[in-house]
Design a protein around this ligand. Structure first.
Ligand code: AMP
Ligand code: GLY
Length: 430
């Protein structure tokens, strides 16, 4: 099969690695890709939302399968576009159509979906400029902290956890009246605060049946012990011991099944990944959010644990034959440490040379979007998240030790990474 993968992050490098290593893959193209995908596939400089140019490329290169990494092209209708064009209407695409992608594109839509299909989630209400007074009254009736969410896509920054009612009121007004998150905050969801420990659950579906992929724990905050600003993700661990057994069973019964049934009832044709962000509150799962794609960096810890052929999985998702796919998993633990530019998620320098990339001591290395190659051919920093290092082991401790020993060999000016990835999971319940 000739495969076209869309995206440029660590997630896409991890996908590309897995796809390129499958005997089912002939040629792999990544649009636009990054410095990592360039070494295992062919990067193509086409924008991920330039649908006509993507179609031309697909036809010229006899592409058999398209895999969409990030949410933006999905929310903008890339799958609908290919389905609407005569020459590409039969092309299998991994990634939902626009309606399904609204589960991530609109928090209001996803809350309504969860309420309609009895998926456990935090109580909430949605407000606009026209209902600002009702919204303020609603805030005043809440316990603190109060959670405010911009309805639309806001690059992971649209969620505010307000510790006081006054802070919630002023942020709510900024979102609706001063477009704090642009058009994304024309609607604001006000939500009850959930306490507990978070978990990312990944589901592959073809709209009819589903397979639950390895779960992972993500580390969203920049600082150790989950302090400071939210980031795209600073590390990941898979599997997650607290999720094993009873809790994951509950997630399947109370969350995954009603979600898949809900898609069917609402006639949403969904072929793709569903990333369910969950809170485990004393053993009970609550959905924080749906994403319509895999997580990054979680993918870097999840994909190595898939033993059965990954291209077969993608093809089964895209062609509606997932029921016949046998998902086999690896037993080992994988832990990923994300190395970022000093200053991220605020402002940071670019163009710093990265040293130590040539050492290969067991842990695998994934390039994030924040890498590029300079005219001399050296890999230099070019963004916030730079590298992901994934170590494997028979325990979390062993996997972490393998990952950190490679992390410690790599550096650039002002490199930063969290040293406490996995510690909360190791200490959970102690
Ligand atoms: P989201 O963009 O919806 O994933 O939210 C970003 C992060 O904010 C989540 O990963 C949680 O850490 C936190 N968060 C969102 N909603 C809630 C909530 N209702 N209660 C507690 N934390 C939340
Ligand atoms: N790591 C969280 C995300 O991909 O959104």
């Amino acid at each position: 099969m000739n495969i076209l993968l869309l995206g440029s992050g660590g997630r896409e490098h991890a996908f590309a690695y897995k796809i390129a290593n499958s005997p089912k893959c002939d040629r792999l193209y990544v649009a636009p890709g990054n410095a990592g995908t360039a070494s295992i596939a062919t990067n193509v400089s086409i924008g991920i939302t330039d649908f006509p140019a993507l179609k031309d490329f697909i036809l010229a290169n006899a592409i058999d399968l398209v895999v969409v990494g990030p949410e933006e092209p999905l929310v903008k209708g890339v799958a609908d576009y290919f389905a609407s064009q005569e020459e590409t209407k039969a092309l299998p695409v991994v990634g939902p159509k626009q309606k399904g992608a609204t589960l991530e594109g609109s928090k209001d839509f996803s809350k309504q979906f969860m309420q309609r299909h009895q998926v456990p989630t935090a109580a909430s209400a949605t407000f606009t400029k026209d209902t600002i007074d009702e919204g303020l009254a609603f805030i005043r009736a809440q316990q603190v902290p109060v959670v405010l969410k911009a309805d639309g896509l806001a690059a992971g920054k649209g969620v505010l956890i307000c510790e006081t009612i006054e802070d919630a009121e002023s942020s709510f007004k900024e979102m609706l009246l001063e477009s704090k998150f642009g058009a994304a905050s024309e609607k604001v969801v006000i939500e009850e605060f959930l306490s507990g420990i978070e978990l990312s659950v990944f589901v592959a579906t073809d709209g009819k049946s589903y397979k639950i992929l390895p779960e992972a724990k993500d580390y969203k905050r920049i600082g150790e012990k989950d302090t400071g600003l939210n980031t795209g993700g600073m590390g990941a661990v898979s599997p997650v011991p607290f999720a094993k057994g009873a809790f994951l069973k509950k997630v399947e019964e109370k969350v995954v099944k009603p979600t898949i049934e809900g898609l069917k009832k609402d006639e949403i044709d969904y072929k793709g990944f569903i990333f369910i962000g969950l809170m485990n509150d004393n053993g009970e799962p609550y959905v924080i959010e749906y994403n319509v794609r895999m997580g990054d960096p979680e993918t870097q810890a999840v994909l190595p644990r898939i033993k059965s052929d990954f291209v077969d999985l993608l093809y089964a998702m895209g062609t509606g034959t997932l029921e016949d796919y046998d998902l086999e998993l690896e037993d080992f633990t994988a832990t990923t440490i994300v190395m970022v530019a000093g200053g991220y998620p605020g402002s940071y320098p670019k163009g710093d040379a990265i040293s130590g990339l040539e050492n290969e001591d067991g842990a695998s290395l994934t390039f994030h979007a924040g890498t590029t190659t300079n005219p001399q051919g050296d890999v230099v920093t070019n963004g916030g998240r730079i590298l992901g290092i994934t170590g494997k082991g028979n325990s979390i401790e062993e996997a972490l030790s393998n990952a950190y020993s490679r992390v410690n060999e790599i550096s650039w000016k002002d490199v930063y990474f969290r040293k406490d990835i996995g510690q909360d999971v190791l200490n959970y319940g102690k």
